[in-house]
Design a protein around this ligand. Structure first.
Ligand code: AMP
Ligand code: ZN
Length: 116
């Protein structure tokens, strides 16, 4: 996707504070952190949202969840974290490339539906 901002990060065309990469996913600090820990995990391949996934995406979706705890622990949220995937208009998704927020820090992140 030529104009997708997260695809541009995957291709190295715009900078990001990357914290993890493997063959399926990339993780980097959110540019406007809402909590002391705020990392985004994205599939390297463009998937618009969680509303577009198919069974073929199960490996990358599994990887996104499986690495969350190590990223949270390594970046200041050792005592739990929240994983959020905003999806589509109703879910308040702003960047149309699937991404999982990992938010946390030393203190509880707050009520579940409060805007992060
Ligand atoms: P969402 O509302 O779930 O689509 O969240 C999009 C997130 O992407 C927001 O938290 C933004 O701060 C973040 N974001 C947008 N552009 C960048 C960027 N270039 N690098 C890192 N994070 C970004
Ligand atoms: Zn993309």
């Amino acid at each position: 996707m030529d104009n997708c901002i997260f695809c541009k990060i995957v291709r190295g065309e715009i900078p990001a504070r990357q914290v993890y990469e493997d063959e399926l996913v990339l993780a980097f600090h959110d540019i406007q952190p809402q909590r002391p820990t705020h990392i985004l995990v994205i599939p390297k391949r463009h998937i618009a949202s969680l509303a577009e996934v198919t069974s073929a995406d199960e490996p990358v979706l599994g990887r996104m969840l499986a690495i969350a705890q190590q990223l949270a622990r390594a970046h200041g949220s050792a005592d739990g974290f929240r994983a959020i995937i905003n999806t589509g208009r109703v879910g308040g998704q702003e960047v149309p490339h699937l991404h999982m927020h990992i938010v946390g820090g030393p203190d509880p992140v707050g009520p579940m539906l409060k805007k992060i």
